[in-house]
Write a protein that binds this ligand. Structure first.
Ligand code: 2P0
Length: 320
């Protein structure tokens, strides 16, 4: 009645923004991401008939706030008549700051809970369940370059290219460590309902996905850089033009973009992407990563950096 799994965050290069079904948490658009290696969330789920309610600790501290979302995910995986659960989460990077902690958390939780419930599920089934909890979590089930595809009645995930087949390095410039002011779930709905650019975003997404898929297939870094930067700026433009506007960036976010533009002017292999938070993720050719990291670390307002290679998908761990 227990299971432990590790999953890693993923960074979307072609973003998920907006839902086609809020109740089922289905995305309006497909997306393409890269799974990181060095950052991870480890989740243990222990089902125990003696427990009347679920209990959660995150990094050894009891957490009531996150618990309802995790309990709802366990209900989906193991059924509502399941026993109470003791959930233990260990995360080695800042939570809720635009670093996709919900992706790694819910991917790990889904895999751990399925094992604890004695269920052997396919990747497609796990993706459906993880995606109900957090749209981006389905992508963290797989490693390397991952595409999330909208199907008629749900989603599926596929590996486009294994981590080892196109090694890239990601440098995360952390510009703020506090939790974000508006959750991405909420901001997506504000965008869908009020942004004049939202419908164009949905219309253009298949072309952006095609461009990124082709760039990955050809291992064409410049083509991937163009597709990813354009898609990222388009996503943030939707938010800036919504009412009320959602602006996740701070002054250091923009300084990091300037740093990356100056590195690109010197022909370094690097491009940026930014998610629902103020951190800047620089995707680099591995040989240029040390110089990119040093330049971002020296950028005023940057509190620290994290460096990661691309890594594997979610997996079970031996029970502790
Ligand atoms: C992404 N983001 O593709 C985009 C880019 C943030 C910006 O997926 O509402 O926390 O739980 O399905 O998974 C963040 O969204 O959203 C996200 P829900 P989630 O990575």
């Amino acid at each position: 009645m227990q299971g432990t799994a590790i999953a890693r965050p993923n960074i979307a290069l072609i973003k998920y923004w907006g839902k086609r079904d809020v109740a089922l948490n289905l995305p309006a658009v497909g997306s393409i991401s890269i799974t990181l290696r060095e950052l991870h969330t480890r989740m243990q789920v222990v089902f125990d008939r003696m427990l009347e309610t679920d209990a959660l600790t995150v990094n050894d501290v009891p957490d009531e706030k996150m618990l309802p979302r995790l309990s709802a995910c366990l209900d989906l995986v193991a059924g509502v008549d399941r026993p109470g659960a003791r959930i233990t989460s260990q995360c080695n990077f800042p939570i809720a700051a635009g670093l996709a902690s919900s992706a790694s958390s819910f991917a790990a939780l889904t895999v751990a809970a399925a094992h604890a419930a004695g269920k052997s599920l396919t990747t497609a089934e796990l993706a459906g369940l993880a995606g109900r909890a957090s749209g981006s979590a389905a992508r963290s089930l797989l490693g390397g370059f991952v595409e999330l595809v909208n199907t008629d009645d749900g989603i599926s995930v596929d590996t486009l290219c294994d981590a080892a087949d196109w090694p890239l390095t990601v440098v995360v410039a952390v510009t703020e460590t506090g939790p974000k002011p508006v959750s991405s779930t909420e901001a997506m709905e504000i965008s869908r309902k009020t942004s004049p650019f939202y419908s164009t975003w949905v219309e253009q997404q298949p072309a952006d996905l095609d461009a990124a898929r082709a760039a990955i297939e050809d291992r064409d870094f410049q083509a991937l850089a163009h597709a990813a930067e354009h898609n990222c700026l388009k996503m943030h433009s939707i938010m800036w033009a919504s009412r009320p506007p959602t602006v996740y960036w701070n002054a250091a976010t923009i300084r990091c973009l300037e740093t990356i533009r100056s590195l690109q002017a010197r022909d370094l292999g690097v491009f940026f992407t930014i998610d629902a938070g103020p951190q800047v993720k620089a995707v680099c050719v591995p040989g240029d990563a040390a110089e990119v990291e040093a330049a971002l670390r020296a950028t005023p307002g940057v509190e620290g950096t994290m460096v990661s290679a691309l890594g594997p998908g979610a997996g079970l761990e031996p029970d502790a």
